[in-house]
Design a protein around this ligand. Structure first.
Ligand SMILES: C=C(O[C@@H]1C=C(C(=O)O)C=C[C@H]1O)C(=O)O
Length: 193
């Protein structure tokens, strides 16, 4: 005879992700895939390939598509990065940055959520283009110039609170001289399951 408690659990639908919100969950970052793997084996599963892509992520996603790839803007504008993001970028934590949040979609389905923090310094001169990307992928900009170099790729383990949120992520700094921006990519299960 099931307890009253489990009856209640069966009848309460799991909360699901709000389709209008990007729903980026709280994420714990690890310096390597191996370090994250000690916490959660899933990083060695089918997502592993995506966590290790070194070149343009957009290009890798395009290769995986049967029909089409597109970038859907969720939000772009000046906003305050989180204190952890500001620390990682070495900028004052109250300083606004250009924050870009998008869905990277393959064959019409969201595969990856991406959040990029672009400090003011990156927006000067030729960097003004970063504010006008619209639905052109950021990768096309970063990989069009050898001046932008990717730093080490960190692996993220997400604390999912509702179904449909990403569980695994990656992020890296891209630097050009003394300018750096931070790109976080949150893999949705639809990409690798
Ligand atoms: C950094 C890249 O750009 C991709 C495109 C993004 C965008 O358009 O906002 C964000 C994250 C990336 O996966 C890449 O292609 O490697």
């Amino acid at each position: 005879m099931p307890s009253r408690g489990s009856d209640i659990n069966l009848n309460v639908p799991e909360p699901s992700a709000d389709p209008r919100s990007l729903n980026i969950p709280r994420t714990e970052w690890y310096q390597s895939l191996a370090a994250a793997g000690l916490r959660n084996d899933d990083v060695h599963g089918p997502a592993r390939y995506w966590l290790q892509v070194e070149g343009s992520f957009t290009q890798a996603l395009r290769h995986e598509c049967r029909h089409s790839f597109h970038v859907e803007i969720h939000h772009e504008g000046f906003a305050q990065p989180s204190p952890e993001e500001a620390r990682h970028l070495g900028i004052p934590w109250r300083q606004n940055a250009w924050v870009r949040e998008v869905r990277l979609c393959g064959d019409g389905e969201p595969w990856v959520l991406a959040r990029t923090i672009i400090p003011l310094k990156c927006l000067e001169g030729e960097g003004r283009r970063l504010r006008r990307l619209g639905n052109r992928p950021l990768g096309a900009y970063l990989f069009s110039s050898p001046r932008w170099q990717r730093g080490p790729i960190e692996t993220g383990l997400c604390t999912t609170e509702v179904t449909g949120q990403p569980e695994i992520a990656r992020r890296s700094l891209f630097s050009n001289g003394n300018k750096s921006l931070l790109v976080g990519e949150y893999l949705l299960p639809a990409l690798y399951r």
